[in-house]
Write a protein that binds this ligand. Structure first.
Ligand code: BDR
Ligand code: CA
Length: 334
């Protein structure tokens, strides 16, 4: 069993990542931290609680994170993830409530409780983790592994020309987190950047297969312009909400990138967190641009490892078919 702490801004692809993690019988989710990003932190928390309740896992604690980035004003992206962060899905209002322990303290408690064993996964802005490391600088050296979905090195940015969303929302936090690693004993995080995650393209066929695997009457996946906003008819409740969420994500990508598909950034990072052998990694010293007028939020990788040694391992090489086979098989158990 791997013990994992999940920090996320749920979020459509964060939702898929969460369901994937819940479907893995060999994983113990030690805690979930909500971070402000795709939608405000209270909406993220409600989504995390709702998914847990739907999946029959009210025992997993959800910890509320900071409502705002370290320095920047919060920006959210309902345009990408829908008014409530889960696309067209209308999740039931959760009856369970968040933990009184805040997200940063939860990171610290989890790292101490599972010293040297804990796998960290961050699929949202790094605000909570940065605050946790400020509170306890020993945190990085206590982790077994950290996987971050964030950054863009050779790919274009998806928020500005050069900046990826999770880093763009809280560049100072990302800078602090990278700076805290690469010292003796703190394992360099594996970074799943847009260079990698934009290869993970989900098509309507994948969606239909996924629903069928979960025992739902095979879904018709309408074209983007056909039936926007209509509800899925899947008879499996979890799959119905998931497909309602994902169809919004397809529509967003259709509007902005001219194709009916979705990039599954966060689920792939979740797979890498559990099975790092899925990717090759390039050691690099990663810094985050904080002051450039055109380049704020850009991640810069120095593969010469200057000025210090590597503080990151940049993941490359996604086997897309294998990703969707794995996702379909696991979600199919719901
Ligand atoms: C990241 O931005 C968010 O909108 C997604 O959930 C993902 O974590 C991709 O840039
Ligand atoms: Ca996310």
């Amino acid at each position: 069993t791997q013990r994992l702490f999940f920090d996320c801004d749920t979020g459509i692809d964060d939702s898929v990542a969460l369901l994937y993690l819940l479907a893995r019988p060999d994983v113990e989710i030690v805690g979930i931290a909500s971070t402000a990003g795709n939608v405000p932190v209270d909406v993220v928390t409600a989504n995390n609680l709702a998914w847990l309740e739907l999946c029959g896992r009210p025992d997993i604690a959800v910890h509320v994170g900071s409502p705002a980035p370290l320095v920047a004003d919060l920006m959210t992206t309902e345009d990408t993830h829908g008014p409530l962060g889960v696309g067209h899905a209308e999740l039931p209002t959760p009856t369970i409530t968040p933990s009184p322990v805040d997200a940063a303290d939860a990171w610290i408690e989890a790292a101490h409780a599972h010293d040297g064993e804990l796998v960290g996964l961050a699929t949202g802005p790094l605000t909570n983790l940065a605050i946790a490391i400020r509170r306890d600088p020993t945190l990085p050296s206590r982790l077994r592994r950290l996987v971050i979905m964030g950054g863009a090195f050779h790919a274009h940015g998806n928020t500005t020309a050069v900046s990826e969303w999770n880093v763009a929302v809280d560049p100072e936090a990302a800078a602090e987190v990278f700076a805290a690693f690469g010292t003796a004993g703190a394992p360099a995080p594996i970074v799943c950047s847009l260079d990698l995650t934009e290869q993970v393209v989900m098509t309507p066929d994948h969606l239909v297969r996924l629903a069928a695997a979960a025992g739902s009457t095979p879904l018709e996946c309408p074209d983007a312009d056909d039936e926007r906003g209509t509800r899925s008819v899947a008879d499996n409740e979890i799959v119905r909400h998931l497909t309602d969420a994902l169809r919004f994500y397809f529509e967003f990508h259709h509007d902005h990138e001219d194709g009916y598909f979705a990039h599954l950034h966060d689920p792939f990072a979740a797979m890498v967190a559990l099975d790092p052998g899925l990717v090759e990694t390039i050691p690099a010293h990663v810094g985050v641009e904080l002051t450039g007028t055109l380049t704020r939020g850009m991640t810069v990788a120095d593969e010469r490892w200057m000025p210090a040694g590597p503080n990151a391992r940049i993941a490359t090489g996604a086997d897309v078919d294998a990703v969707f086979d794995e996702l379909t098989e696991r979600i199919g158990t719901f």
